[in-house]
Design a protein around this ligand. Structure first.
Ligand code: ADP
Ligand code: MG
Length: 221
């Protein structure tokens, strides 16, 4: 299979009424099942680009098709986000007053699964990430690496076709960072998921099949 799951043409995004140009004409295709890393200096537009792909924010101009959804058009963006996208952030973004397993269930609320089915699936995902023994703990009782494993489990809740990871190892020491990277790479190899990972670490980026460099809101060629 060689179809593009991401197609971006001349994508532009500014902030502060155009005083800041975050994306200055991005053209990018990503194939289904590809593992791509996005590198570039701080402030170059990497997170903005990832947020556009995940429809967390809307572009000002350009065309962006992801998994068959036209993100500039009339697509149902909340359906797109919950069905197609799993997001992993630098700081896991787990909800502190919910247990680990409840955190993993959150994205499933609109899936039509029963409470029992959600619990079963969440525990299975935690098991997959080797952390089911912490299912009833609160995120604050976990180490950074463990929290990030929970965040990966949560990102898989709705069997996404694309996982977007923004500096997933940025807050971890190198041992935990390596573990998380290996988990992500395994996931990509086994589940045929498309993995798009932002990092500023060239060594981390080198794990991907292809590296894209963003500079001043453009892709460096
Ligand atoms: P990176 O992830 O590569 O560090 P970002 O995509 O976060 O870069 O940011 C690109 C540019 O857009 C930077 O100048 C940043 O300050 C600006 N920017 C990003 N998000 C916002 C926002 N919500 N409001 C205002 N400016 C923003
Ligand atoms: Mg960023």
């Amino acid at each position: 299979m060689n179809e593009n799951i991401v197609e971006i043409r001349n994508l532009r995004k500014g902030f502060d009424k155009g005083k800041i140009t975050a994306l200055n004409g991005i053209d990018l295709n990503i194939k289904k099942g590809e593992f791509v890393s996005i590198i570039g200096p701080s402030g170059s537009g990497k997170s903005t680009l990832l947020n556009m792909i995940g429809a967390l924010d809307r572009p000002d101009e350009g065309k962006i098709m992801v998994a068959g959804y036209d993100l500039q058009g009339k697509s149902d963006l909340s359906q797109f986000r919950s069905r197609e996208i799993g997001f992993i952030f630098q700081l896991h973004n787990l909800i502190p007053n919910l247990s680990v397993v409840e955190n993993v269930e959150i994205p499933m609320f609109e899936s039509g699964l029963s409470g029992r089915q959600m619990r079963e699936k969440a525990l299975k995902l935690l098991d997959y990430m080797n952390i089911s023994d912490k299912a009833s703990r609160k995120p604050t009782e976990l180490s950074g690496g463990e929290r990030q494993r929970v965040a990966i489990a949560r990102s898989l809740a709705n069997d996404p076709s694309i996982i977007l990871a923004d500096e997933p190892t940025g807050s971890l020491d190198s041992k935990n960072g390596d573990m998380i990277l290996n988990l992500l790479k395994d996931l990509h190899d086994k589940e045929q998921v498309t993995l798009i990972m932002v990092t500023h670490d060239l060594k981390v980026a080198a794990l991907a099949e292809r590296t894209i460099e963003v500079l001043d809101g453009k892709i460096k060629t």
